[in-house]
Design a protein around this ligand. Structure first.
Ligand code: FES
Length: 182
């Protein structure tokens, strides 16, 4: 329990000088110093319980999400586009499975790759830079290899999730999601 404060204690400046010797800004905005510094044990306990609770909820949600993904099994095959819709040197976005944002890239005649466009750092969408052979995440300047999805620079440590593809009768199909090892 905090001891009762004297009235003049409320306007006492941190340097102990009387208020009329304080700079104008402090006179205009006096700080209730004892109240400002005081954190009760109850407040501290409340803070610790709430932050620990939030941490436990967050970790459980991530665990549950991973577990559900494992039981959901392989996503169904899905047509994305005709090969003619993706000329060499271009990229297009699509959604697979269901609502996940992905990017399909054709950097050269013989290569067609696709990745989930969620950066593996904090989930910002990555953008292809075909001229440099990289995918860039503008949020914190993370870079991934355009051909493999491996992180090259910046904060990301894990590769992008690769979307496996198949081409039949000039149609490109997404056939699954490959979580690449670190
Ligand atoms: S979210 Fe992509 S680098 Fe941070």
């Amino acid at each position: 329990m905090m001891p009762p404060r004297q009235p003049d204690e409320l306007s006492k400046a941190p340097d102990g000088k009387p208020m009329d010797q304080q700079p104008k800004w402090r006179q205009d905005f006096p700080i209730d110093v004892p109240q400002d510094n005081y954190v009760s044990r109850r407040d501290f306990t409340k803070f610790m319980v709430l932050t620990s609770g939030a941490f436990v909820v967050g970790q459980s949600w991530i665990g549950l999400h991973n577990l559900m993904r494992r039981f959901r099994g392989k996503p169904p095959e899905q047509p994305i586009a005709s090969i003619d819709d993706v000329p060499v040197g271009t990229a297009m976005s699509f959604r697979y499975p269901r609502y996940e944002h992905c990017i399909l890239i054709r950097p050269d005649e013989d290569t067609l790759v696709a990745f989930n466009s969620k950066c593996t750092h904090l989930h910002c969408p990555v953008r292809p830079q075909l001229e440099t052979g990289r995918l860039n995440c503008p949020c914190h300047n993370g870079y991934f290899d355009l051909y493999t999805g491996r992180p090259l620079a910046g904060p990301p440590r894990r590769p992008l999730h690769r979307i496996t593809l198949d081409i039949r009768d000039h149609v490109i199909y997404a056939t699954g999601v490959e979580v690449q090892p670190v």
